[in-house]
Write a protein that binds this ligand. Structure first.
Ligand SMILES: [Ca+2]
Ligand SMILES: [Ca+2]
Ligand SMILES: [Ca+2]
Length: 397
């Protein structure tokens, strides 16, 4: 018995020595004899929390599950990929304390978006736009929490609503038209000198520039006032641009109050109303009509960022390069008649609308963000990006 014990004892000791030696080697040396550190055994945790409210709506939790997380170490450039579990936690071990660049992504499934917003929106993602770099340190910071937000797809400045048809019960009253834009980025956008151009349907003249490979053709070009940073639009804010910034209910009881509009289209060479409290849009070119005018049932509006000097004269029109266009929306009384479209498919693949004259309806982008941040659908496909409003929502959603 004693002898057996002694053997057991010595075997145990040699195993212990062996394992300590191997542990030391494993921890302090690799094949290239470069130093390793003991923290390689620490399990780091990346915890993804959801700011969008999507996960709360779907799964009753603020954690983001099934998200892919990529880490890139600052010091060595090594990259790792992990996925969050059902608690929104991604565990990773065998890495060094370092500063890491993190790209976390949760692709939303169309069927999930259907539950959230009623629309089977594709290409919606939650991403870690607010926190990209984290310090992982075995001693102090083995777990980090990273907020996830809805990624802004498409343009950061979008046309959020168009009201064009005119109100009910007021004859042929149509001076209450407006276009509304929305900042869905995370930063301030300056509206100064931004261009708003109207594209009319000319198909009755046998003209259609839809297939022009590079330019929108417009006879109605206006810009926002300001020369640099005078008209900031904060993230999540709307800017309302009214044909006439007055309370139209004085003339048409079912119309809208646009007296608090942010901007007003004032045509200085025409008998037009000018609300002195509302800054005027600047007319660059519009040779016809007594006011800014958009088609009641069909037409198109683009917003573009380019210098007026870059406009190209072409007959009685100006050309705006597609590359300068931030957003464009076409609308038609019958949006299924795609063959009659006037905007190139690269700007708007289809059309909003389905609204007849003097019905008081507007078309507004569908909201897909429900949490801290409003996000409006923008897949450059207005048939599915827009809905019809029974009553306009000037300056709000
Ligand atoms: Ca006006
Ligand atoms: Ca004014
Ligand atoms: Ca609105």
């Amino acid at each position: 018995m004693r002898r057996e014990n002694l053997i057991k004892h010595s075997v145990f000791i040699s195993l212990l020595v062996l394992s300590i030696v191997s542990l030391k080697c494993d921890n302090f040396l690799n094949v290239d004899n470069k130093p390793f550190v003991t923290e390689r055994n620490v399990v780091f945790k990346i915890i993804l929390t959801d700011n969008s409210n999507f996960m709360q709506t779907l799964y009753g939790t603020d954690r983001v599950k099934n998200a892919s997380v990529k880490l890139k170490s600052n010091m060595l450039g090594w990259e790792y990929s992990v996925t969050t579990d059902s608690n929104g936690v991604a565990e990773i071990s065998g890495i060094l304390s370092d500063s890491y660049f993190i790209s976390a992504e949760r692709k939303m499934q169309p069927e999930e978006m259907k539950i959230i917003s009623g629309v089977e929106a594709a290409s919606v993602r939650l991403v870690n736009s607010k926190k990209r770099i984290v310090e992982l340190s075995a001693g102090k910071n083995p777990a980090v929490e990273i907020p996830m937000d809805v990624e802004s797809s498409g343009s950061s400045l979008v046309i959020s609503e168009i009201y064009a048809c005119g109100p009910t019960g007021a004859g042929l009253y149509y001076h209450d038209k407006y276009v509304e834009v929305f900042n869905q980025s995370d930063s301030v956008i300056y509206l100064d000198s931004l261009m708003v151009a109207v594209v009319f349907s000319s198909s009755y003249l046998g003209l259609n520039y839809r297939d022009d490979p590079a330019y929108v053709h417009s006879k109605s070009i206006w810009i926002f006032p300001g020369s640099g940073k005078e008209y900031p639009l904060m993230p999540g804010e709307f800017a309302l641009c009214a044909e006439d910034a007055i309370d139209h209910r004085m003339n048409a009881p079912n119309s809208v109050d646009l007296s608090k509009a942010n901007f007003e289209f004032y045509k200085d060479d025409a008998p037009d109303v000018d609300n002195p409290a509302v800054p005027n849009m600047i007319k660059i070119y519009q040779d016809a009509g007594n006011d800014w005018l958009i088609g009641g049932e069909r037409g198109a509006i683009v917003i573009a960022r380019l210098n007026v000097k870059e406009l190209i004269p072409y007959g009685d029109e100006f050309l705006i390069p597609y590359t300068s266009i931030l957003d464009g929306v076409e609308y038609m009384s019958d949006p299924t008649k795609i063959a009659d479209k006037i905007l190139n498919e690269s700007i708007d693949a289809s059309a909003a609308g389905g609204i007849q004259f003097y019905t008081g309806k507007s078309m507004e982008r569908i909201m897909i963000g429900t949490g801290e941040k409003i996000l409006l659908k923008d897949d450059n496909n207005s048939t599915v990006d827009f809905k019809r409003n029974e009553h306009p929502t000037p300056g709000y959603y």
